[in-house]
Design a protein around this ligand. Sequence first.
Ligand code: GDP
Length: 527
Amino acid sequence: MSDLLTEIQRRRTFAIISHPDAGKTTLTEKLLLFGGAIQTAGAVKSNKIKKHATSDFMEIERQRGISVATSVMTFAYKGKLINLLDTPGHKDFAEDTYRTLTAVDSVILVIDSVKGVEEQTKRLMEVCRMRNTPVIVFINKLDREGRPPFDLLDELESLLAIRVRPLSWPINMGREFKGVYHIFDHSVLLFHPHEKASDDDRIYVQDVNDSRLEALLPESDLRQLREDVALIEGVYDPFSKEAYLKGQLAPVFFGSALNNFGVKELLDTFIEIAPPPQPRMTSERVVQPEEEKMTGFVFKIHANLDPKHRDRIAFLRICSGKFERNKFYHHVRLQRNLRFSNPYSFLAQEKNVVEDAYPGDVVGLFDTGNFKIGDTLTEGEDFYFTGIPSFSPEIFKELVNKDPMKTKQLEKGIRQLTDEGVAQLFIQPQGNRKIIGCVGELQFEVIQYRLLHEYGASCAFVPLPFYKACWLRGDEKDIEAFIRFKQNQVAKDKDGRWVYMAQSEWFLQTEMQNHPEIQFDFYAEIH
Ligand code: GDP
């Protein structure tokens, strides 16, 4: 096998997604411990923003700036090289997460057993479903009095539009939690609160009816377990790896991240079934990872908030070939050749300069303003990777310049910040009015802070009464006719596409009914 093929097959690139507080950080830390990437618990910094305050966010960003390493965590486990891509927990930064999901090959979804499917879970899963990303579900916090497991499974299926298949099953819950039964290999893992689970706690039996279980579990728990397993076998289709890989079926595990319980089984299964780097769609053709020529795209840009070091790091997901330090690559949008003398890798918390990287890897490229989210690098071919989403913002405000002497700085700053994906920029041709669209209020505070501190430009925001931005699709003539009479409700996005700014659901419905010739999209692809 060629080196390239061996490297591709070793790699697993994924993200953990969850509603805040479900246990993503805790699970990440346990996985890293298994991989030997960290030695002590508590080493993974939560990227959570506890208070709704800019200073809090800035502090976190500053810490992250020092250790951008936490954006991608690479560790080895059982002969595989795992790239775990971090996603921001705060909902105001959900767009960043959606884009990160375009750079992974699979995800692990963490659900809180007490709360079930929550708002963020739904949004994140929609993005996974759009891309048919394979999903493994981990139902966490079994040491707490959670919801009945069958209810949780039903909720997953109905709210997330995916079929599920439990591969493990909890034996009681909360204070009475005894452990899990592994349906896939007929073993029980017994739970001892406050003790680390070890392989000795795992007992292999014939099946759930094995009489040896009688000595291990109270009668009522065992009876319930046997009934549950019989029901599972009767109701759910057998697990199919093929359906999982197509993103149609999600295997489900139960456990407790905090107690490191059920995590190893999750990781072992992940290693066995999760896909290696996958082919990716471009504007011209599908790119196969094993192609000799290097290709990749930028899915995230991280700005260093220290004003003394104004550099940015562009995160490049390698899609094919071998990436090499100091080699010239073709920047498709700029039609320029660039080379990178200090590309970062993210091995175990430290930033290291890498000589080469392979499909599935993420390298950090120092950037002085050449990159935008969605940019593609190749060895000469002209295409760009598709499918990087941009969703309608939820809050809209007009950007007002408060210092006419600094107009240029403001223009430059807002362009660069929106290139980084901090917010979306819409411009109304009449009067060049700039509208900033965000998912949360926190983003506006961040923009204001950064414009002032990094560009010396002061601005104010005036709230606008818009509810959604819809990208208009259809015949050019029809769109022109539509926008002619709606100067105040239309704008162009950064790529020059027309959007309709709906003031309410009612307005939107009315326009949709009156203009069946036009499509109103809540979602557009970058480019
Ligand atoms: P994130 O917001 O998804 O990253 O969640 P965290 O990992 O920070 O966890 C949120 C809270 O839930 C923390 O207080 C954790 O200690 C707690 N937690 C995580 N896993 C478990 C678990 O298995 N059982 C219990 N009882 N608490 C947990």
